[in-house]
Design a protein. Sequence first.
Length: 569
Amino acid sequence: MSGGKEGGARQAGWERRLKWVIAIRLLVAILFLGSAAIFQLQERPPYPTGPLFSLLALTFALSAFYLLLLPRVKRLEEFGGFQFAADLFLSTGLVHYTGGIVSPLTFVYIFPIFGSGTLLGRRGAVLMSSLASILFGLLIDLEFYRIISPVGDAASTYLSTGFVFFRVFINIVAFFLVALLSSHLGERLREVGRQLEVQRTDLRNLKTLYQDVIANIPSGIMTLDLEGRIISFNGTAERITALKAKAVIGSFFGEVGLDGFPGLEDFGAREKDPTRAEAFEALFTRRDGTVLPIGVTYSSLRDGEERVLGVVAIFQDLTERKQMEEQLRRADRLATVGELAASIAHEVRNPLAAISGSIQLLHDEMQGQGQERILGVILREADRLKLITGQFLDQVRMPRPPVRGCELVSSLEETLFLLQQSEEWSPGIDLHFERRVEDLQVMADRDRLKQIFWNIGLNALQAMSGGGTLSVVIGAEEGFGSVEFRDTGEGIAAEQLSKIFEPFYTTKGRGTGLGLSIAKRLVEDLGGRIEVKSPPGGGATFQIFLRRLSEVGSDAGSSTTLSSAGGVR
Ligand code: ADP
């Protein structure tokens, strides 16, 4: 495609050049015709003017013929060569009729040689000068030997052989010199033309690059002249203002609804040549009424001579940034509130302990006075408060020191024993304890492990207040040790499964909703995870995975079934 275009441009260039050649040829012909005519009128001409006029007429005819042929010829370079060769024949005719060896017009050979040198290059020029030398030499030879008779006074000149040789030699040398010089000149001209074309292409590329950059930059760019007419408006400016560049370019900013644009309100009074760019943030109301925060920087638009031509506004939509800042501020406030709550919880725990201790005493002292029920309520509620504050503090407590590793089985056995002693343990519960792995070292510490197992085990007991089976299975898989708590309680409804780990989510009248969220956070802090399943048949299974320290030990495969009366030690 581009090759075709280039070829077309080349052809057009050659056509233009050959038209020039034809024009110059005609001009030279008219000059000779004119001078010959004047010559004929004023003096007795030394040569017969008839053949000269015929030659000139032939030149005219040929020029007209070339012009007619020009649009039809494909190979214009060769066509040019043909014209220069024809010119050489005409020149030979002219030289013959103006005195041959003594002709004052031998220089006319130089025109076609010069033309071919500049247009056709060195090869063309050498070819033309050789042809000119042959034609001129042949003419002089023919006249010298009287094969054709010399015109005018030339006949006598041919008597001196040395002079004839000298004239021929001088002319031929001149032809070749002109060929060399003109082809050199042509080469230079073509080189300069090529360089200019390269520069022009570079400039075009630079211009498109610059336009692409401006169009795709993530900032809105709007330029205004000194009167306030919009000169340019990029894609981002279109997005931010919800205006189309086509609609605003060339209009005054007030006409397209930008009079409320931050910084343009006082455009008339604004200094157009500030020493430093002015930047500010403000709200911008679009035509449809939506308001958005934007940051604008104004600077002056100058030309190469530092003259101020207008004003450039570069602006950004700050909506997202403002939202992010707001989120950060909110998170910061929440963290402060959390800290405050933690310190209050901490302060509440001590008086609470004193109160519940005192009430316990009162309760003991007032046995049989009918107040036990009320005191019992107070005691229970105080215990509940202690539980909530304790769990809350666990939730927000500062991170503990890094863990090294801890034996899982004994921690679990200890927690199971405590669970069996707790109030939640009902006589109808069977505990099935299975160890598929002996001596499991995991990344944890004893306190945290016990807390995790306690929270999950307690839930299982609460779910089976009417009795059931609690199965606890220790296993291992791919770098993780696992503990499974499976109960036969009421189970968890599918829609609740996603919520049970949220803090304060509870379905129990006296629950706090903190047990599972604390367990999850502890497990995740240790690099592990908790998975929960609750099949429709009832019952829930919580599986805790903790990172192992060593490789899986020997598979013991021991299994123990313990009734509520039994203990695990
Ligand atoms: P709480 O026990 O104080 O309610 P948790 O965070 O420990 O708080 O538990 C949240 C909720 O998850 C419980 O209220 C309960 O609905 C559900 N849940 C947890 N474990 C079980 C389980 N083993 N069986 C049935 N529901 C459970």
